[in-house]
Design a protein around this ligand. Structure first.
Ligand SMILES: *Cc1c(COP(=O)(O)O)cnc(C)c1O
Length: 356
């Protein structure tokens, strides 16, 4: 039986991927030299389509790198090394970003906030040059940072660069790009693509700071990445196939407003099903904090989590394991746009049949 992966990344990919891969093979895309004219026009077109489909401001620059993990390191080595960084997080991915930054001996601080509470900006004071690091959608526990909070941060700290990890929300929900300077995501989550590529989006201010600092001791120093990107090239031989798939799937997409509505409506359906349930029930109680793209459910016994994952697997659904500290008592369900309505309904029926 074909199993549908509800794992929050890698997850189900768009169903026209096989067709696009065949197309890429037939058109020699997979063998393109990354300094060739065909490649530069592919990059140019991909960026143009991304800008319109995702509503990215015109004056922001898009660059391609390999993964969100690489983005953590790029931001640390090329910006935070000079500016210092201030990390605000409540879960494992935000924590890892902070840890990787620390490993580079960079002057950084962490503000960890509670899973069930909004981050309180009143409690923190961020030095004026620090880059502020936020995880918009914390995939490990299914929480989000709302646009309102990003807006508050922007107005409290107008001079600081703000960097946002939006790995499990970009291309799924609308993001307020204007309110921050660096946004990034790898493509195996809401973009519905195979892993091996990440999109990084930079504001004019981020570009200016990068060029001023001009850190250039790594193959992936942001200044090199940016200079190559302006030539519609990349700093290394990239995953050209994934860039092609990104271009094709976004070209076929009805745009972010459409996907935002789709994801939000589906979230509402999940809420209706699970709101008064305890086993499984939402881990995150406050709806403002709850992610719209990664649904994290808790059960009162470890054995029950094992049981639901096994039963689901037999029925043809792969559920996501809990992550980090939450591994044993929670599981996760992706609410990404590439999942089909019918598949979601089938999983919801499975849950209501077996658990109430
Ligand atoms: C998945 C994920 C990452 C890591 O992505 P890679 O592509 O494996 O580097 C980082 N941050 C968040 C929030 C994620 O969900």
């Amino acid at each position: 039986m074909i199993k549908v992966s509800f794992y929050p990344g890698p997850s189900r990919v768009y169903s026209n991927i096989p067709e696009y891969i065949y197309e890429a093979y037939m058109n020699n895309i997979v063998s393109l030299n990354h300094r060739s004219e065909e490649f530069t026009s592919l990059v140019k077109e991909t960026k143009k389509i991304l800008k319109t489909r995702l509503s990215i401001p015109r004056d922001y620059e898009i660059v391609f790198v390999s993964s969100a993990t690489e983005c953590w390191e790029i931001i640390a080595q090329s910006l935070a090394s000079k500016l210092g960084s201030y990390h605000i997080f409540n879960g494992a991915f935000g924590h890892k970003w902070y840890d990787y930054t620390t490993l580079l001996n960079i002057n950084c601080e962490a503000h960890r906030y509670d899973l069930q509470e909004l981050p309180s900006l009143k409690k923190i004071s961020i030095p004026s040059d620090n880059i502020v690091c936020l995880t918009q959608n914390e995939t490990s526990n299914g929480t989000q940072v709302t646009t309102e909070i990003i807006g508050d941060l922007r107005s409290d700290y107008p001079e600081n660069l703000i960097a946002v990890d939006a790995t499990s929300s970009m291309a799924g929900i609308k993001l307020p790009f204007k309110l921050a300077d660096i946004w990034y995501a790898s493509v195996q989550k809401c973009f519905g693509l195979p892993a091996g590529l990440a999109v990084m989006i930079l504001s004019p201010n981020a570009i200016q700071k990068t060029l001023e600092i001009n850190e250039s001791s790594h193959y992936n120093s942001l200044s090199f990445v940016l200079k190559n990107s302006r030539l519609m090239q990349t700093h290394h031989t990239p995953n050209v196939l994934d860039i092609y798939l990104l271009m094709r799937t976004q070209k076929a997409s009805k745009g972010i407003a459409h996907n935002h509505k789709k994801v939000t409506d589906r979230y509402e359906a999940w809420k209706e099903l699970l709101d008064n349930q305890v086993n499984p029930g939402f881990l995150i109680k406050n709806e403002k904090l709850r992610s719209r793209t990664v649904i994290t459910l808790i059960m009162d016994k470890e054995s029950k989590v094992k049981e639901i994952k096994n039963l689901a697997k037999e029925a043809g659904f792969i559920l996501g394991n809990g992550y980090g500290d939450l591994k044993s008592n929670t599981f996760r369900i992706a609410n990404f746009p590439a999942l089909k309505t019918k598949e979601i309904q089938q999983l919801q029926n499975f849950i209501s049949r077996n658990y109430d």
